[in-house]
Design a protein around this ligand. Structure first.
Ligand SMILES: [Zn+2]
Ligand SMILES: [Zn+2]
Length: 651
């Protein structure tokens, strides 16, 4: 018999094979492909155009793995169409390095065995109410949003919901935005359920990946906590998906195969016909819109755990003080911080800038340091003793001669966390301090540092946005935002939303155990809209206003955006091709084509970049019409095109 087999590569269609075996849709097989053997899956439809020039080859072997579910195949087909990714690449996301795992000894699964133990955790009245609302029509597809203040105990509510699903014999998936969180989160899970969940992200060992992949495929593993990619595991009996921190923009994968994991989780749930729960303190505009329209149901937890109250906000007017030339912390702030330290409160200085200084310039020759590969300044990292490009990783030494004579005489403009850390140490020499950024916290030693922070052995933290990501520091009751004016720079349609989310999450780190807490904003602009938005206790006021702005300006979620990034090493050729491409697709694509314009980061990794933006009605026609046009247009081999559906970053 003839069978269609999809193969994990760049082709958008299955290939036709011959087989004497009894094969059905979803079976994993080994087939010859070119000169090699490759894993494929029996697909649900044949290639549309019949290519008779190829000799039909034979399937070599069927793998002993429960077959992939029909609904999962439908989901992958839709995923490929929506995100404009070849079907073969969608399948590649599901397979394990293009392979499938056949046999694993049953002892290997032992470590993840389901063994729900009684816990002493008792849900509050409010939590119980939310759980009840969440569990309405739990047998089929529906989206429920659990909105609750940071620290209000949302996790316990969805753990309870998950427990019920597991007890009914189903599998569950919890998506988290940050891998760094899984450690603290895993402990919380074990405390509640009494057993170890399978944790899935790019950093786990190959052996563990094989165990989890096959355990999910044959239904011996019941719960996975994972990053974006766990959404593509071959679940046999998936019963519930939970997307924690659904507003978090790191759910959007920007590079390579681009997709939004939250949106894809909702669509997978819809194809599987199972419930999905979105968890957040402040919903994304998209989610908020769907709640307003009645598409998603909503429950709310307003009270913080143990009746802890949210932190107070205070504004420190930088116009009133004279700061020294290398100083960013005024007297007024020092007094406030002293007051907190005397009460044994932990203090955080927040600045969303890694390194020591973002801009290095020579006083004599006026040359600055910029990246040779990207149109971006190099950031000086004092600890590492080098200059670093945060986009391509280029490193340079701070060692240069002037064009005239002698060494350059450098000045450093603006602060990064390292610089603030130096100032803090000078002001509070007897206190223990640490920098909390991706440069310092992604190492093996970071769990020790975390422990010290939790035990208040470190009194002052200097942190970037990494610290806003769900950490629980019991003594942190004072946050100083070193320069909130920095956040209002940039022109991004989601700028206001991004800032609100960031500062809401950041504030949520403070006052978690019931002691009074304060967030201080240092600013020169007292009456910016941003400060009003952030300090407002009810985030719905912001969301409603922001939604109106989006509606008036025909921005997402009211229209769909598709970004096209065209890159090439020759600037003139790139521009010419971009205009040619634009006039080619205009008129055939469903939507308006804007651009081309130079990308904000015009040069990245030695390539020039221009952007086009297509905006139109929310319908799959937009993607299919564009895909047809792209397939017909021939770029020179030196020019590359990337498509990003529902873009978040416009760099
Ligand atoms: Zn660079
Ligand atoms: Zn110089």
């Amino acid at each position: 018999m003839k069978v269609p087999i999809l193969i994990p590569n760049i082709f958008n269609h299955p290939f036709t094979y011959d087989s004497d075996l009894k094969l059905k849709e979803g079976d994993y097989v080994i087939v010859p492909f070119g000169k090699s053997k490759i894993t494929g899956v029996v697909w649900n439809e044949f290639e549309k155009k019949n290519n008779k020039n190829f000799t039909v080859k034979k399937v070599l072997r069927k793998l002993a793995i429960p077959s992939l579910k029909k609904n999962t195949i439908k989901f992958l087909n839709w995923f490929s169409e929506y995100n404009m990714i070849p079907k073969g690449m969608a399948l590649k996301l599901l397979l394990l390095s293009s392979n499938a795992v056949e046999k694993i000894s049953s002892e290997a699964y032992e470590q993840f065995k389901i063994d729900i133990k009684q816990n002493k955790i008792e849900l509050s009245k409010d939590q119980k109410k939310c759980l009840k609302k969440m569990n309405v029509s739990n047998q089929k597809f529906r989206v429920h949003v659990l909105q609750g203040t940071t620290g209000s105990g949302k996790t316990m509510v969805y753990f309870e919901a998950l427990k019920e699903i597991i007890n009914e014999g189903f599998q569950g998936l919890i998506l988290l935005p940050e891998i760094g969180l899984t450690g603290q989160f895993q402990n919380k899970f074990i405390e509640f359920f009494g057993f170890k969940p399978a944790v899935w992200h790019s950093g786990i060992t190959k052996k563990n990946k094989e165990i989890i992949w096959s355990g999910i495929a044959n239904d011996t593993i019941k719960v996975v906590i994972g990053a974006r990619s766990s959404l593509f595991l071959p679940f046999k009996k998936l019963g519930l998906i939970i997307v924690d921190e659904e507003h978090d923009q790191s759910y959007k994968q920007d590079e390579g195969v681009t997709y939004h994991a939250r949106d894809m989780a909702i669509s997978r749930a819809s194809f599987e016909d199972i419930p999905v729960n979105l968890i957040t303190a402040v919903p994304s505009i998209e989610t908020y819109d769907n709640v307003k329209k009645g598409k998603y149901s909503l429950s709310k937890l307003d009270q913080r755990y143990l009746n802890a109250s949210l932190p107070n906000y205070e504004i420190i007017n930088l116009n009133n003080t004279k700061l020294g030339s290398q100083s960013w912390i005024p007297k007024e702030t020092i007094e406030k911080v002293k007051f907190h330290l005397e009460k044994n409160d932990q203090v955080l200085f927040f600045l969303n800038r890694r390194g020591f200084s973002p801009y290095v310039l020579c006083k004599k020759c006026f040359n600055s340091y910029s990246c040779p590969n990207c149109s971006i300044n190099l950031v000086y990292h004092k600890k590492k003793q080098n200059l670093l490009c945060h986009y391509c990783g280029h490193k340079a030494l701070l060692n240069r001669d002037c064009s005239k004579e002698g060494k350059c005489n450098f000045i450093f403009s603006g602060p990064g966390v390292e610089r603030i850390s130096e100032e803090v140490k000078k002001i509070f020499p007897t206190k223990q301090t640490t920098i909390f950024s991706s440069d310092t916290m992604n190492k093996k030693s970071s769990s020790k540092t975390l422990e010290k922070i939790i035990n208040n052995e470190i009194q002052i933290l200097i942190g970037t946005q990494l610290i806003s990501k769900g950490f629980h520091f019991p003594n942190l009751n004072c946050i100083v935002v070193v320069d909130i004016d920095l956040s209002s720079q940039g022109h991004d349609l989601r700028g206001a939303e991004k800032n609100l989310q960031l500062y809401h999450q950041l504030s949520g780190r403070a006052g978690r155990t019931g002691k009074p807490a304060t967030v201080y904003f240092q600013t020169y602009n007292l009456d910016t809209k941003m400060i009003t938005d952030i300090t407002n206790k009810d985030p719905d006021i912001f969301l409603q206003k922001e939604l109106e702005i989006r509606r008036e300006n025909n921005l997402p979620p009211f229209q769909r955006f598709i970004a096209i990034i065209i890159t090439g090493s020759n600037e003139t050729e790139l521009e010419k091709e971009a205009y040619k491409f634009k006039s080619f697709i205009e008129g055939t694509v469903e939507g308006r084509v804007l651009g081309p314009v130079n990308a904000p980061i015009f040069r990245l990794k030695r390539m020039f970049r221009v952007r086009l933006l297509i905006r139109g009605r929310k319908s799959l026609k937009m993607q299919t019409s564009l895909a047809n046009a792209v397939a017909k247009f021939k770029f020179p081999a030196r020019i590359k095109l990337t498509v990003d559906v529902d873009p978040i970053n416009f760099n």
